[in-house]
Design a protein around this ligand. Sequence first.
Ligand SMILES: *Cc1c(COP(=O)(O)O)cnc(C)c1O
Length: 406
Amino acid sequence: MINRRDLIKHLSAFPLLGGFLGQSSLTTTAFVAKGAARNLAKELGIRTFINAAGTYTAMTGSLMQEEVMETIQGAAKEFMMLDEVQTKVGEKIAAITHAEAAVVTAGCFSALTLGLAGVLTGMDQKKVEALPLLEGTGMKSEVIIQKGHNIGYSHALTNTGCKIVVVETAEELQKAINEKTALMWFLHIQSDKGQINHQQWLDIAKKNGIPTMIDMAADVPPVENLWKFNDMGFDLVCVSGGKAMRGPQSAGILMGKKQLIDAARLSMPPRGSTIGRGMKVNKEEILGMYVAIDNFVKMDHKKEWKVWEDRVAHIGNAAKSVAGVTTEVTVPELGNHTPTLKISWDPAKISLAVKLLQENLRKGDPSIEIMPAENNSLTITTWMLKPGEEKIVASRLKEELSKATV
Ligand SMILES: *Cc1c(COP(=O)(O)O)cnc(C)c1O
């Protein structure tokens, strides 16, 4: 009779079985091997939906380009040295973006942290390991931001141990600069909310010898923004990979001066004992990010814009056909630059709180996400829709608005 020990020995010859799973393990193994065919959303009861809202992290951002997914699949089958992947990809991305150097980070947020880390430490390994404790290290400790730019993402900067100094006028800025000033940070999407424009910011920084960084996370398209700020002379430029570029959602790019990128990489994996060790991007995402940006710059953006506009028109017309509904299309200039449809309704004619409409669209089949605006209005963008989904969004909206007509 076969005893337990022999059985283990015997099973170990079949590593795929690897346990006392008996006959059913064969089917399990076969099933796992075809993992891509599993519908995990269905299996785990996770709601999937039509995204008529936009590139929101809570909604998992954007859907990766087909070529990005193929890249991830291919890269997953080979080992590579992490640093070599970063160096080779960084050279390609830098050439695309007119930067001296670039590195793929775990999103724009980590690009902000790591870029500042590089500014603080330079190539001093002792300083790298000291972060986020700045005291007694000789490192600088202040980052200057305009009041209108201080909207919460600056937490990425305070993660290095630095403190934020808020200014409003050019005069205040000049006064705020001192021997502790590490960086002057600029937020492109809020540039109309600050008194100091890009060029003045750069001029004052240059005059005082202070490095500059710009956050343009959500600010492509236009595609030219990928090199515009490098050309302008910002020392570091940070962008999200998983928004309009449709790269991996957990990837972003830090680009700029080579000296600073080299220094930032000292705080990045594979190096441990760093503040960036937890901000890992692996070869799949790094290569996926490269393919995403490479495709993005080669794409026919005019054609895509027309598709977004046509979808917006289709949805807007359907909504407008309900009495009491008005629509308006705007294009945000600075970021999330895409035709944006605002649908509003007269509460005297349609009795429907936007929260209830949101809930009804969510509960429908297929489920749909929109963005509530005011109590009787919502906004829709169409850049995250799959082809044809605009028809479903249009008819569901029309249905819900008609139902609530008083
Ligand atoms: C989205 C966003 C970020 C964070 O980007 P991730 O790629 O999600 O890390 C930072 N700053 C701004 C202004 C953003 O819109």
